[in-house]
Write a protein of this length. Structure first.
Length: 182
C-alpha cells in the first residue's frame, strides 16, 4: 500500500502527464458507469417522462401580431386640496438644495419642510458646499409613475437633478435625490 501511495505522490500528482492520466481514468470511469446505469437500448429519454402528442401551447400563425397593442398612460398624481403639487414641492426643494451660502444646519432646516423623515435623516450633517450644482437652469418635468409616486427632473448648471416624490395622502414630499452629470 505504501508503494502505491508513494507512486501516486511522486509521479501522478506532481507531473502534468500524471495528472492527465488520472483525469483520463476519471472520465472513462464516469462514462463506463453511465453506460451500465443508463438505458440499455441506446434510446435517449427525456428526463421528465415522455412528451405529449402536441405542445401545451400553440400559436396560430395567421392570428397576426400578438405584441402589446397599446400602453395605458400613467395615472395623474393626486394632490390633497390646498396642498402644493409635486412640481411646486420639487422646485421649492431644488431652490433650497442649491443654496451654498448657508451652514449645514440652516441648509438642512430649509430642506426639512419638503422631504420625508427618512431623507431628512440621511441629509443630517451634509455640507451644502458639496452640492454639485449652483443654479437651476430649466423648468421641472414631472414623470408620473402612480397616483402617489412621481419623478421630477430639473435642469441645473451641471446636469440634471432627479427628485423622487411620494404623496401617500396627496401631500407631496421629496423621498430621493439623484444628480446626473450633464
Amino acid at each position: 500500500m505504501r508503494a502505491v501511495i508513494a507512486f501516486l505522490t511522486r509521479f501522478l500528482f506532481r507531473s502534468r502527464v500524471g495528472l492527465a492520466i488520472l483525469l483520463l481514468v476519471v472520465v472513462v470511469s464516469v462514462i463506463g458507469i453511465g453506460q451500465v446505469v443508463g438505458p440499455g437500448d441506446g434510446a435517449v429519454r427525456p428526463p421528465l417522462g415522455n412528451p405529449g402528442p402536441q405542445p401545451a401551447l400553440t400559436i396560430d400563425p395567421t392570428a397576426g401580431d400578438d405584441g402589446i397593442q397599446s400602453v395605458a398612460p400613467p395615472p395623474d398624481p393626486v394632490t390633497s386640496p390646498g396642498a402644493p403639487d409635486p412640481q411646486t414641492v420639487a422646485m421649492a426643494f431644488a431652490t433650497e438644495w442649491i443654496r451654498r451660502d448657508l451652514g449645514p444646519e440652516q441648509w438642512h432646516r430649509g430642506l426639512r419642510p419638503y422631504v420625508t423623515a427618512e431623507l431628512a435623516e440621511k441629509l443630517v450633517g451634509v455640507d451644502p458646499v458639496v452640492v454639485p450644482a449652483e443654479r437651476l437652469t430649466g423648468e421641472p418635468a414631472v414623470v408620473p409613475y402612480a397616483t402617489n409616486l412621481v419623478e421630477v427632473v430639473i435642469d441645473v448648471d451641471s446636469g440634471l437633478l432627479r427628485l423622487r416624490l411620494t404623496g401617500p395622502d396627496g401631500i407631496w414630499l421629496v423621498d430621493g435625490v439623484d444628480w446626473e452629470r450633464g
